[in-house]
Design a protein around this ligand. Structure first.
Ligand code: SAM
Length: 292
């Protein structure tokens, strides 16, 4: 087996060979600990019949561990300077494809159909660029890709929000948007010392597993997310106050909103953070006709 890309010494050698300088604006914090990488990949439970999609391969630290475990790896990298580096570091692996693209712009669905149809299951596995973690996750979920799940590293604070339960401080519209599609858990907390350069914030890896059926059938998913976002605009306010301000003409339709809350058994003086996804789902169905 090849020597790992992710040892501190080899990483330094590669960076030096290519005169590579980190771009903070692209969230470039590379992993330099093979144990952490093995751990991340083990959470993905890949086999030779699996494929992995990676966002931001960097110099290939995680990519090579994926290539050793999965049947195929497709990785999207935005930074053109990394393409020759990856061609070099990943040359021992013939099951990796690097696509030079901004993950937020690219048609992942089309790549999926043309390249990953024949794999038994597909996982997204990545050490995400922290400045765009949420847009990337939401895009991949909204694209409705037929993936089994994701194992992704991010800022711990965002991981806490994604995995939060109702009634906690971290629970909010992001928890709902993700947990509507996926079961979410924190897989590991990661110390700053395993990155080069070290980020300013703590990190965590979360595991998302696609739900076979959503926790509640809603008339319109977009509208569910609108209602939940609108219920958290001012966290300390009651749900009735927040919905009155956030729904179109909500102020003059207070009675209709109170009626809808009553129908689904939610006291108007509760705060948004106490409602479960099921309650938000029922509420959005009740409000749909009047406000969508
Ligand atoms: N996977 C590598 C590792 O763990 O060492 C690098 C991870 S680093 C946190 C994030 C990577 O994402 C960088 O290589 C960066 O250039 C890339 N990146 C940043 N924004 C991106 C985007 N919008 N689309 C694709 N790649 C992006």
């Amino acid at each position: 087996m090849q020597k790992d890309i992710a040892t501190p010494i080899r990483t330094q050698e590669i960076l030096k060979k290519y005169g590579f300088s980190f771009k903070k604006s692209l969230g470039q914090n590379f992993l330099i600990d093979p144990n952490i990488l093995r751990n991340i990949v083990s959470h993905a439970e890949l086999t030779e019949e699996s494929a992995a999609i990676e966002i931001g391969p960097g110099i290939g630290a995680l990519t090579e561990h994926l290539a050793r475990t999965a049947g195929k790896v497709v990785a999207f990298e935005i930074d053109q300077r990394l393409l020759p580096v990856l061609a070099d570091t990943l040359s021992p692996y013939d099951n990796v494809e690097i696509i030079h693209a901004d993950i937020l712009e690219v048609d992942v669905q089309q790549m999926f159909e043309s390249q990953l149809q024949n794999y038994k299951d597909v996982m997204v596995v990545a050490n995400l660029p922290y400045y765009v973690t949420t847009p990337i996750l939401l895009k991949l979920l909204m694209d409705r890709l037929p993936i089994r799940g994701m194992v992704v590293m991010m800022q711990k604070e965002v991981a806490d929000r994604i995995t939060a339960s109702p009634g906690t401080k971290a629970y909010g519209s992001l928890s709902i948007a993700i947990q509507y599609y996926m079961e979410a858990e924190i897989a590991m907390i990661v110390p700053k010392a395993v990155f080069m350069p070290q980020p300013n914030v703590d990190s965590a890896v979360i595991k998302l597993t696609r739900r076979e059926v959503p926790p509640i059938q809603v008339i319109d998913e977009e509208f569910l997310f609108k209602v939940s976002r609108g219920s958290f605009v001012q966290r300390r306010k009651t749900i009735i106050n927040n919905l009155q301000s956030s729904l179109p003409n909500g102020k003059s339709k207070k009675d209709i909103i109170i009626q809808a809350l009553g129908k689904v058994g939610v006291d108007p003086t509760r705060r948004g953070e106490t409602l479960s996804i099921e309650e938000f789902g029922k509420l959005s169905n009740e409000l749909y006709e009047e406000f969508h």
